[in-house]
Design a protein around this ligand. Structure first.
Ligand SMILES: [Zn+2]
Length: 273
């Protein structure tokens, strides 16, 4: 998963002077300032801009410091604004993780320019990682939505349930997934989502791992579980276009992908689960 490349990730605020080699995360709408060649992602550094840009500390990882640009769409020679989804197609690595996590921080800033309590204008307080209302003092912190991903397996047929979403642009196979609702534990959300999407009851729910997913401001929580009772899938036709059992030896997955979902499919394919 891409966060595995972010060695020594530290989100704590660092107000020290910016350095020429600091990496700049800059966005405009759904695009990120970057360059991609041979599947490798490059991000600009302070020294790549020909003027002083407005940027705040975002995080440190892999021995580098990453800043978030909050100014007017800065331009840097050799880099261009590219669709954020393009980041999904580059080689997994620290820069991929940084670009996606920076996008989460950028969206937080852009979507909270006004106070939800009083409608007043807010200002960014990077040292507290919040937006603060200039009228009533309300503090707004980044939204992180918990969502579950569930690998439902069947010992009898040595299979796992793969799904395809009905809406959106994502067309690859995925696992059962959905958001935790108010009042639910992650485990309850997992049981409910599997029942809603496939009609299958599960047992032996086991935590696998988690993943920050800045594309959509989520925290993904992965579980494996075994099917209990009938294995007949009754698919939720509004959410999914396909849901089926796939045998372990027929699974297609690759190692070192960006996502938790792929990591889980890979783990099952390799017999680790
Ligand atoms: Zn306010």
């Amino acid at each position: 998963m891409f966060q595995d490349f972010a060695v020594d990730f530290r989100i704590e605020y660092d107000g020290s002077e910016r350095a020429e080699r600091d990496v700049v995360l800059a966005y405009d709408g759904k695009t990120a300032l970057c360059s991609v060649s041979d599947g490798e992602l490059r991000l600009p550094r302070i020294c790549d801009f020909d003027r002083t840009i407005s940027a705040v500390h975002a995080f440190r990882a892999g021995g580098e410091r990453f800043l978030l640009s909050l100014g007017e769409k800065p331009e840097a020679e050799g880099f261009e604004y590219q669709d954020i989804d393009r980041i999904k197609t580059v080689s997994p690595g620290l820069r991929q993780f940084a670009a996606v996590t920076g996008y989460h921080y950028y969206r937080f800033h852009m979507e909270n320019r006004f106070c939800g309590k009083c409608g007043g204008k807010t200002v960014h307080r990077p040292e507290k990682r919040c937006m603060i209302c200039t009228r009533c003092g309300n503090e707004i912190f980044p939204k992180i939505s918990p969502a579950v991903v569930v690998g439902v397996t069947d010992d009898r047929t040595d299979s796992i349930i793969l799904t395809k979403y009905a809406g959106g642009s994502y067309r690859k196979y995925a696992l059962v997934a959905g958001f935790a609702e108010m009042g639910e534990t992650a485990e309850q959300a997992a049981r409910r989502e599997v029942m809603e999407e496939t009609g299958i009851e599960i047992t032996e729910l086991k935590y696998f791992g988690s993943q920050p997913w800045g594309f959509s401001q989520n925290m993904l929580i992965g579980f494996f579980a075994k099917a209990k009772g009938s294995r007949r899938i009754v698919m939720d036709q509004e959410e999914l276009s396909e849901a089926k059992w796939v045998r372990r030896d027929e699974l297609e997955a690759k190692e070192n992908s960006i996502s938790l979902t792929n990591e889980m499919i890979w783990a099952f394919k390799c017999g680790k689960v």
